[in-house]
Design a protein around this ligand. Structure first.
Ligand code: ADP
Ligand code: MG
Length: 353
């Protein structure tokens, strides 16, 4: 028995693939979601045979694999078929018709889109897509501010499948009748994973990202329990990554229960809230940061004031700090020509926690 043998070398790491521990990573295999993937495929399939596609309303709590399943099908469509353009838009980031059309134009490879209006952008999309067919996925559709884009697509694009994804079942009932009556979607629910399913998904993720043999079964069970308790696989992925990092920091060759216990206690001290739990002005500030992501704090404060914000700069700064601590935004200090400033960026992933 040697204590030195168990130490990780300076250049050694336990995490072999950092990207596979990102929430946006879409694994090659999505166990336990085959039926849901099949239903998404069935909606899109008619487009491959010159017919019109069907529309789908996907709902279920966060971390149920909705985004992963939809992206998996779009990737499959892109890699293995011809003639149907896959379009994925996250409506948390692109929450107006203008931003959505701009994003679609960019995805279709168009450049020089500055100064174009919403209707002009749509003309470009229409001209191109009406010679083909398109499979649209609008993820987090409940975050959208205006549904005009959906009405336009429903009316003016001939061959399409529209898939809407949300965490809230009521989103569909709350939509305007003129949209609902045109959309007429099938419904698809993503139900929570069982404890065994969660264990298997996390085990598979660990195999993709962590040195073989470094994670024992008991530790993975503890991580699984935490994810099951919170009913969110993302918690499990977060704990995998954090446990591995804590073990690396301690130069340990193995991730054991004590590392995961530390990661869990960090998670509890730092419980990431839903944006709806934030106090009103702080939520308002988060909205302004989202609209002005990657800009300087001073400019964002000005935008906040222009939009009717009432807090003084000091209070604003304190609230920004809180948003950063809670993981809603990142605040990066930079030194530029005009002196030091802080750049604020909205983080999509953590707000879904
Ligand atoms: N069945 C599954 N197999 C493998 N990974 C999964 C599965 N379901 C979810 N995941 C992973 O869990 C995380 C959360 O899934 P996601 O699709 O973003 O959830 P949702 O969109 O329902 O909130 C992602 O990193 C995803 O890759
Ligand atoms: Mg999602």
């Amino acid at each position: 028995m040697s204590m030195f043998k168990d130490m990780l070398g300076a250049e050694e790491r336990l995490i072999t693939n950092e990207y596979a521990l990102d929430y946006e990573f879409v694994p090659k295999l999505l166990p336990f979601r085959e039926n849901q993937q099949k239903q998404i495929v069935e909606c899109i399939k008619p487009l491959l045979f010159e017919r019109n596609g069907r529309n789908l309303f996907v709902y279920g709590a966060p971390g149920m694999g909705k985004t992963a399943a939809a992206r998996w099908v779009l990737r499959d469509l892109e890699e293995n078929t011809e003639g149907v353009i896959p379009i994925y838009v996250n409506c948390w980031q692109k929450n107006t018709s203008f931003k959505i059309f701009l994003d679609i134009c960019e995805q279709m490879g168009y450049k020089f889109l500055q100064n174009k209006k919403t209707t002009e952008l749509f003309k470009i999309i229409q001209k191109d897509l009406n010679t083909k067919a398109a499979a649209f996925v609008f993820d987090e559709i409940d975050k959208i501010e205006d549904f005009e884009f959906l009405y336009t697509l429903l009316n003016e694009i001939y061959r399409k499948s529209i898939i809407l994804i949300t965490n809230h079942k009521e989103t569909l009932a709350d939509m305007e009748d003129r949209i609902k009556s045109r959309l007429m979607p099938e419904s698809l629910e993503f139900k929570p994973y069982t404890a065994d399913e969660t264990f298997e998904i996390l085990q598979q993720r660990a195999r993709l990202s962590i040195v073989e043999g470094a994670l024992n079964e008991d530790t993975l069970r503890l991580i699984t329990d935490s994810a099951v308790k919170r009913q969110d696989i993302r918690t499990g992925i977060h704990l995998l990554r954090e446990s591995a990092r804590i073990a690396e920091d301690e130069s340990s060759k193995r991730i054991d229960i004590t590392h995961t216990e530390k990661a869990i206690s960090k998670l509890e001290n730092f419980q990431i809230k839903k944006s709806s739990d934030l106090e009103e002005d702080t939520r308002f500030i988060l909205g302004i940061i989202k609209e002005n992501s990657d800009k300087k704090i001073g400019d964002i404060f000005n935008a906040y004031k222009t939009k009717g914000g009432v807090s003084a700069y000091k209070t604003f700064q304190r609230k920004v700090e809180k948003l950063s601590k809670l993981g809603f935004i990142t605040a990066k200090k930079t030194c530029g020509k005009e002196g030091n400033t802080t750049i604020l960026s909205a983080c999509k992933k953590l707000t879904e926690f």
